[in-house]
Design a protein around this ligand. Structure first.
Ligand SMILES: [Zn+2]
Ligand SMILES: [Zn+2]
Length: 577
């Protein structure tokens, strides 16, 4: 029988928890298995040793029943209880719960009520509009399921969004770090540089036992197919079709390898040239003096840059877009950090097409440490998204003011995301807009207008002194919809002239403004607001992708309005009416 690693036992414990959840079993039982999985993944001793020394039961968090099953696994090579569960629960359900937003409870409901037991069947049911009739679900849930399936199957011509790649990369690097044979592990490639779309996920690990690491990587439960495999590297495809490549190097070469495979290629070419001029040589194994091949000390990426006479260049800037020159002259920008963000100014609630109540959104915002949020539901023209009538908008404003009175430490701004109508008018008259704490304007229809018309339409909205922010300025959906025809130079000119802030929409589907536009906007002194446009509280977390896009655009804290403290922001919003 081959050796069973601790991490594999942890995977089994997690899968048992998933199966129990799909069966609708007792929550305490499910939690016990999840907890055991976590503990086992982080044990410093091998399980066979603990069993041998009769210490397994004494590990806190591993009860008698679970300890018994682990012993059974090491004695017989399987756990009968687990085998039985796998018999009882259709395998396709385990795949269904990997779709973002579909939990075990929903999968159970879909199976019980619609007989859905695979991703394909779920897609068919959603397309036939059979999901929306189930209790607690609706057209929105149905759409989210379809989008989840579509995204995970990567409709981007083999590319995937940053959101999916980043989550996957973080989970794999966490797994690699948990292996006792791994000293270092991290994410490299375009995912680390936070590019807007990702071909495959690159991982690097430092270990003295590369074969062992490769072996276990290939057995990870997320792996659908192993594309290639050698002693020190492997390429796999995950269950949902994303390719991930792992390279394992000697620990003392880890930083050089991580740096090299982070790229970009163009950035690396520039560094090689610079090294050459300085009598050095740089590659994935290290940095060397050319005269005697003596390697220079590298205990982190900063060492690599300092050997080259450069200040440290963060991954998001490594594109050969002037960062090497700037680092040589010590004039790299002090990039914006996620922790600089004080609030989120574009959020939907269940007053329009959001999934959560304003209280739930506010609760999450407090947990995130925000000073303020803006509730900006859709305006009346957007009927399909439950756009607010004049009356509903006024009622929402009253409600938010009342809520503000009893919410400590968080300012909730009563806002609106008003449609820019085809002729450039906004969806409400000025006297209503004047009463709002914040007004966001955006295009949601008539995407096919010609460039002249679209540009004029957007600029006439920016001209309105009540409009604070132009949201998702180009309207693109990455990999799914091209930007509409719009002259961004003129939009920038208008932003300068009228003082309208431009949004970086943080949704990994949008990232709009993109990095190039951000850089230009910052150079022109245009103010930017980084917003999630979240339609549920989970997506408030996507702020990090907006911040990453801002960093790729060389943005500093001062460029971003939602880094301002509450009072300063309120003053900023008031200045135009
Ligand atoms: Zn919008
Ligand atoms: Zn929105």
């Amino acid at each position: 029988m081959r050796r069973i690693e601790n991490i594999e036992v942890a995977w089994i414990m997690n899968e048992i928890a998933d199966l129990l959840e799909l069966k609708g079993e007792n929550i305490f039982k499910i939690r016990a298995y999840r907890k055991a999985a976590k503990i086992i993944a982080n044990l410093s001793d091998d399980l066979p040793v603990l069993i041998e020394e009769k210490k397994l039961e004494t590990v806190p968090g591993i009860g008698k029943a679970i300890a018994g099953k682990i012993k059974e696994l090491f004695q017989t090579g399987k756990i009968q209880y687990y085998e039985n569960l796998k018999e009882e629960v259709p395998a396709g359900l385990l795949e269904i719960i990997t779709i973002p937003g579909v939990g075990a409870r929903m999968a159970q409901e879909l199976y019980g009520k619609l007989g859905v037991s695979s991703v394909d069947e779920l897609e068919a049911a959603a397309r036939a509009r059979r999901v929306r009739d189930l209790p607690g679900m609706g057209a929105k849930t149905e759409l989210n399921i379809l989008r989840g399936i579509e995204m995970l199957r990567s409709g981007v011509g083999g590319r995937t969004t940053l959101g999916i790649a980043d989550a996957l990369a973080e989970s794999f690097s966490g797994f690699l770090k948990s292996l006792p044979s791994v000293e270092y592990a991290g994410v490299a490639g375009s995912t680390r540089r936070m590019k807007e779309s990702i071909g495959d996920v690159d991982l690097v690990a430092g270990s003295h036992e590369p074969e062992k690491v490769i072996e276990i990587f290939a057995r990870h439960p997320q792996v659908k197919k192993v594309l290639s495999r050698g002693d020190t590297k492997a390429s796999i495809v995950t269950l949902m079709g994303v390719q991930a490549d792992l390279l394992v190097v000697n620990p003392d070469q880890y930083w050089s390898a991580l740096h090299h495979f982070t790229g970009s290629k163009e950035h690396n070419v520039r560094l090689r040239e610079l090294a050459h001029q300085k009598g050095l040589k740089i590659n994935e194994y290290g940095i060397f003096r050319r005269e005697d091949d003596q390697s220079l000390r590298v205990t982190g990426e900063a060492d690599i840059y300092s050997h080259l006479g450069l200040s440290y260049i963060p991954p998001e800037l490594r594109e050969d877009l002037g960062e090497v020159e700037a680092a040589g002259e010590d004039r790299l920008p002090a990039l914006l950090e996620l922790s600089d963000i004080k609030g989120d100014l574009h959020i939907h609630s269940d007053w329009s097409d959001g999934a959560n109540t304003i209280e739930q959104v506010a609760g999450r915002a407090v947990e995130m440490g925000y000073q303020y949020i803006a509730i900006t539901d859709h305006s009346k023209s957007l009927g399909i998204a439950g756009g607010l009538s004049k009356e509903r908008l006024a009622a929402q404003g009253d409600y938010i003011r009342e809520l503000n009175g009893r919410t400590d430490g968080l300012e909730i701004l009563a806002g609106i995301e008003t449609d820019i109508l085809a002729n450039g008018d906004l969806d409400y008259p000025d006297d209503i807009l004047a009463g709002m704490d914040i007004v966001i304007a955006s295009v949601h229809s008539g995407f096919r207008q010609d460039r002249e018309k679209m540009t004029g339409r957007v600029i006439s909205a920016m001209k309105n002194k009540h409009v604070d922010i132009l949201a998702h300025p180009t309207g693109r959906l990455i990999g799914r919809r091209e930007p509409y025809a719009i002259d961004m130079d003129r939009v920038f000119e208008a932003a300068v002239k009228y003082g309208t802030a431009l949004e970086i929409n943080s949704s990994p589907d949008r990232l709009d403004l993109n990095d190039r536009y951000v850089r230009k906007a910052c150079e022109l002194g245009i103010k930017i607001s980084i917003n999630t446009d979240a339609h549920d509280t989970v997506r408030l977390e996507e702020m990090k992708y907006g911040v990453a896009t801002a960093r790729r655009g060389w943005a500093q804290k001062e460029d971003i309005i939602n880094t301002m403290d509450r009072d300063k922001l309120l003053k900023f919003l008031k200045r135009r009416g």
